[in-house]
Design a binder for this molecule. Structure first.
Ligand code: 13P
Ligand code: SF4
Length: 321
């Protein structure tokens, strides 16, 4: 049964009533794997074969034997899957699902930045474009960045890009000086210190847990700092019952599923807005997911030369983590 129509350009697509059923059917028909990040809307997470952080999703993309990879996440994540699987079709429900960190680090400017710091090893956070990855020596995610930096010989100077908050956090953790690209995440930089302090007064037993993309002032107050999967593991293993969660609120879906008896409070942004939701991640909807599988587009394409150069630093990451 058809209940809606979606207009994409001049083309009109019919949207079936039971989207879940249709997506599962298309997944079987295409022999596709559906990978979803923790910041996707809960319906998408519930349909996915794998829900994970950037590292887990890259590993799964590297090892899949599906014919088609449907990536419910943002563009740099789907690009990483494509670089690891050049012969496979990688679909992203909305090509505009970008990332402020990736957009804030254009490859031509980053190339100049590297040239201004000769002799440095370039470690780039996975939240960057394929073209920036192609200019990098090693890629990392928030799960493995510390481990990777600790493997770099002491005498080797490091450029770390594009997230300055993660970079500052890693400098503190490892004691390694690094030259930082000054990028930020528009979601994690909006958490309000002031409102978090209020919440801590209101819920004195609650633990503050934060993603390392948050500002230093939030990270300094946190009881635990970790990647999305690190935060999820922490709440599962902690004896505590209440948590203030300073990352994109989509992760609370998995936290509640894993620990229904525990209480999760999303960290508030400074303004009265939904700024603790990633506007890029939320561009993907069930309707767009269905349509991308039905039409087998939008599809990720990357120039061969970029793809070839970007593969090596991703492979190094997978070996080093
Ligand atoms: P994770 O690798 O921790 O999932 O982080 C990805 C991201 O985009 C955080 O904003
Ligand atoms: Fe990028 Fe921030 Fe969204 Fe993560 S939450 S995808 S870092 S904009």
């Amino acid at each position: 049964m058809i209940v809606q129509e979606a207009h994409i350009g001049t083309h009109v697509d019919e949207i079936p009533l039971n989207l879940e059923e249709e997506i599962l059917r298309l997944k079987r028909d295409l022999n596709a794997v559906l990978l979803a990040h923790y910041y996707q809307e809960s319906e998408i997470q519930d349909l996915a074969d794998i829900v994970g952080d950037s590292l887990e999703l890259s590993r799964r993309a590297a090892s899949t034997n599906a014919d088609v990879i449907v990536f419910a996440g943002v563009h740099f994540m789907a690009e990483t899957a494509k670089i690891l699987n050049p012969a496979k079709q990688v679909l992203l429900p909305d090509l505009l699902a970008g990332c402020s960190l990736a957009e804030g680090c254009p490859a031509p400017l980053f190339k100049q930045f590297i040239e201004q710091h000769p002799g440095h090893i370039v470690i780039s956070y996975i939240n960057c474009s394929a073209a920036v990855k192609a200019l990098s020596d090693i890629i990392c995610t928030s799960s493995n960045a510390e481990k990777i930096i600790r493997q770099i010989p002491e005498a080797k100077p490091i450029i770390f890009a594009p997230d300055r908050n993660l970079g500052k956090y890693l400098i503190k953790k490892t004691g390694r000086q690094m030259v930082l690209w000054q990028g930020t995440c528009i979601v994690h930089e909006t958490f309000s210190d002031r409102k978090i302090i209020h919440l801590k007064v209101q819920y004195p037993a609650a633990k503050l847990i934060a993603h390392p993309e948050c500002e230093e002032s939030v990270l300094d107050k946190a009881d635990f700092v970790g990647s999305t999967s690190g935060l999820l593991r922490y709440v599962q293993s902690s004896p505590d019952q209440e948590f203030i969660v300073a990352t994109e609120a989509g992760i609370i879906h998995q936290m509640t599923k894993a620990c229904p008896e525990k209480f999760f409070i999303p960290a508030p942004p400074e303004e009265s807005c939904s700024c603790n939701l990633c506007p890029y991640m939320k561009l993907n909807t069930m309707e767009k997911l269905y349509l991308c599988m039905k039409n087998r587009k939008p599809e990720i394409t990357i120039a061969d030369e970029v793809m070839r150069k970007a593969l090596l630093p991703i492979q190094r990451m997978l070996e080093m983590s």
